[in-house]
Every structure is written in C-alpha cells, then in structure tokens.
Ligand binder design. Structure first.
Ligand SMILES: [Zn+2]
Length: 224
C-alpha cells in the first residue's frame, strides 16, 4: 500500500515538473513587451548595479525584471533592496555564482546554485524568486529538468541585444533593438555595469516603443 502510494506521489511529482520549457516569448495573446536586465557576477571581478541605468528605469517608471546572481545580490544588497522596494521591480534568479556552463554540473550542483541564489535574493528583497535564467543561456535537458524540479520556470529572451559587446555604441544598440523588437518579446540587457551603452540608448528605445503603443510588463504579471 505504502509502496503504491509512493509510486503515485513520485509520478505526480514527475508529471508536474515535466515541463522542459525555456520561455523566450510572453504567452500568446499578451501584446506587451518585457524588459529584463541581467545582474551577473561570477567568481571573477566584482560587479555593481549600473546607477545611470537605474536612474533611467526610475525616471521612465518602467516595470522591469532583474535576473541577479546570488553574489551580485549580496554585494549590492543595499542598492538592490532599495530598487526592489518599487512595485515595478521584480528580482529573479540567475544562479549563485554564474557558472558559464551549468550543463557540466550535476543535478545536485545545479539545484544548489538555484537554492543559494534564492536565499541571497530573498534576504535582500524579501521575496522568493520564481523564474530562473541560465548564465550565458547554456543548458541541456538534464540541467533544465533539474531547475524545473525546484519549481522555477526558466525564462530566457527573444533575441540578444548584445549590450555587453565591447565598443558597442548607444546608436547601434538602439537601431538593432528597434529593428528586432516585436510585441510579445522578452528583451534582455545588462545592469551590472558592463554594458555602458544601455543607459544611454534606453530612453530612445523606450520612447520609440511607446510611440508604437507598446506597453511594458514584469514577467510575474504575465507568466504562470
Ligand atoms: Zn549573466
């Protein structure tokens, strides 16, 4: 009897976690755009919240989703807590220390990355992350299953803005993003001080998208 019950429970857990989906667009029918910003910090150089970019987000009253690593959240605890007080800002999970290839980790190591980052972020924001983004977008089926088993949904992006590219001009970034952006897109930029063109380009990108009647949403407003 007990064995049978355990089997049923195991099957239910397997079924509920068997999503195997990397979300790259908003759900069908959501004619909006999500602005997401990665706050990466790995075991190398320290990274800091991009103040100029934060000023733009606040001035434009933009709903945004920030994917932070645990290390970034700890280092920028005061500034990130301050930003996350805004109801417009959601902070989600981008691993603990940004392993470039999480597909090379064991499922237990993958889940430890998720859990440690959740803890660091929740300590700063007071809220538990629901979504996860793989560092550099690298994953395989086993890694994806390991993350989904933690209850997080994996959210990537519709097209790369390329904003951390060295020497990228704000004009080029603006032209590229505006040529690609469509309703339902999840846009990706960086807010860790390593994408200097972004703060300069964003006001014009937002102005043009608003001219096209685009509205912006946080991921947690539209994703399950
Ligand atoms: Zn990253």
């Amino acid at each position: 009897m007990l064995r049978r019950l355990l089997l049923v429970v195991a099957t239910l857990i397997a079924a509920s976690s068997a999503r195997a989906e990397v979300i790259e667009h908003l759900p069908a029918g959501i004619s909006k755009v999500a602005l997401t910003f990665d706050a990466c910090e790995g075991r190398g150089k320290p990274a800091y919240l991009d103040r100029k970019l934060v000023d733009v987000l606040v001035a434009e009253k933009l709903p945004v989703t920030i994917f932070a690593t645990g290390l970034f959240a700890r280092r920028n605890a005061v500034a990130l807590a301050d930003l996350a007080k805004s109801p417009l800002v959601e902070v989600e999970n981008h691993s603990f220390d940004h392993p470039q290839h999480m597909e090379k980790l064991s499922p237990a190591q993958v889940q430890a990355q998720v859990a440690q980052a959740d803890e660091a972020i929740a300590q700063v924001t007071g809220r538990q992350p629901r979504y996860f983004r793989f560092p550099a977008g690298n994953y395989d089926a086993a890694t994806l299953a390991a993350v989904e088993a933690t209850g997080h949904r994996v959210v990537h992006w519709s097209f790369a803005s390329g904003d951390p590219s060295p020497g990228l001009s704000p004009e080029r970034l603006r032209t590229w993003v505006l040529s690609k952006a469509r309703l339902g897109d999840i846009l990706i930029f960086h807010i860790n001080g390593r994408a200097p063109a972004t703060a300069q380009a964003l006001p014009a990108i937002i102005a043009e998208l608003r001219r096209r009647k685009v509205e912006f949403v946080r991921l947690d407003e539209v994703l399950p």
